[in-house]
Design a protein around this ligand. Structure first.
Ligand code: PLP
Length: 392
């Protein structure tokens, strides 16, 4: 057998594994110290009752012969795709149902879409720092990676480079920096991609956290995006689906390369290699994207935003440079006293028993930066920030 040698290019220690190891070592040595985790990128508030009920009811249907179902459509049930299309309509984006696929979260879709692109033959733009999946899958496929710097100088929002590329990963609102493109900035990327025939793989996982009206909720709100972009939307952070698992991917019919529609290829890929997202989850999608479901989701997001204020108030008070928190559940800040990311991680853990995420784990430009998240409880976040205030 001949293995994919590109896997050896992946980093030995995945960021969150290293964090878990260091945290465990600390707990073993200090079992009585009250640890608070502000590193988690996972929701903590429960599912809205109407969403949980929709999922439970769907399971109920499966108990009875008259309403039992077997395999569903690989690309998603019409009712779920319709709910997604209606959601897009609320932002003024018209989609046809067959431009949408519903799956089990976008981690897998973002990774699986790479099947459409020839391995070892594409130049891929990967922001630095960024969510690690894009770099890892590009390495696995032996693509040529060009990193695009996200730094304080460009407000962590890079502009297109002055050289052509084939594939571009953009994530806005961004994990980890919390920065989000405005309409104008995103239009520049759309124009660039159209001019060089590149595809933008647009990770929209945190769209629901957007508060500012100059920030688009979908790349398809930008003129020209349908000929150059694929968008991934997740219910994970929008509606607390990290355990339930559901997301959607939009591949517009107009998106083509040498006359070949990427939508057709994605459908071929999914109908061959995927047997469809579970029926109950898709009923959950409909409930989550209903008027009442979105109101309940927004209520939970408003709770997380209270934590955002707790965190940013301390950073402001201490004059620490930060980004994020407004349109995003992430706050990205400069480590005080020019500390390295891991040095600050150890400092917080040992001095005040707070766990965060070292910025360097998201890319070389993340060195000297640190990420806190707003997903813990209000009480824990308040306590953690009081402790941090005491040592900064
Ligand atoms: N994209 C980003 C930027 C994320 O932060 C995450 C999860 O944390 C995902 C994608 C994965 O989303 P899902 O839970 O839908 O697989």
């Amino acid at each position: 057998m001949k293995l994919n040698k590109n896997y050896s290019k992946l980093e030995e220690n995945y960021l969150f594994t290293e964090i878990a190891l260091r945290t465990k070592k600390f707990i073993d040595a200090n079992p009585q110290k009250p640890l608070i985790k502000l590193g988690i990128g996972d929701v903590t508030l429960p599912l809205p009752a109407l969403v949980a009920d929709a999922i439970i009811n769907a399971f109920e249907e499966l108990k009875h012969a008259e309403t039992f179902r077997g395999y569903g459509p690989e690309l998603g049930y019409g009712f779920a795709k319709n709910a997604v299309a209606q959601y897009y309509k609320s932002y003024g984006v018209e989609l046809q149902l067959d431009e949408i696929t519903v799956g089990d979260g976008i981690g897998s879709d973002i990774a699986n879409i790479t099947d459409l692109f020839e391995k070892g033959a594409n130049t891929v733009l990967v922001p630095d720092p960024v969510y690690p999946l894009y770099k890892a899958t590009s390495l696995m496929d032996n693509q040529k990676i060009e990193y695009i710097a996200c730094t304080a100088e460009n407000d962590f929002l890079p502009s297109p480079p002055n050289f052509p590329s084939d594939m571009i990963y953009l994530c806005s609102p961004n994990n980890p920096t919390g920065a989000s493109f405005n309409f104008e900035q995103l239009k520049r990327w759309v124009d660039y991609a159209n001019s060089c025939g590149a595809v933008i793989l647009y990770d929209n996982a945190y769209e629901r956290f957007i508060e500012e009206s100059d920030k688009p909720h979908s790349i398809f709100q930008i003129e020209g995006a349908k000929t150059c972009a694929i968008e991934f939307g997740s219910l994970s952070k929008t509606a607390g689906f990290t355990c339930v698992r559901a997301g959607y991917t939009v591949v517009p019919f107009e998106l083509k390369s040498d006359g070949v529609p990427l939508n057709r290829m994605w459908q071929q890929r999914q109908t061959t290699k995927y047997n469809g997202a579970p029926y109950p989850q898709q009923r959950g999608v409909v409930a989550a994207l209903s008027k009442e479901g979105l109101a309940a989701a927004d209520k939970n997001i408003a709770e997380y935003k209270k934590n955002s204020t707790l965190i940013t108030n301390v950073l402001k008070e201490k004059n620490i440079f930060y980004s994020g928190g407004t349109n995003s559940p992430y706050i990205w800040f400069k480590c005080p006293n020019n500390m390295g990311s891991w040095e600050f991680f150890d400092f917080l853990l040992n001095e005040v028993y707070v766990v965060g995420t070292p910025g360097v784990g998201f890319g070389a430009n993340g060195e000297n930066y640190f990420r806190l998240t707003t997903f813990n409880t209000y009480e824990n976040t308040k306590e953690a920030m009081e402790r941090i205030r005491g040592i900064l």
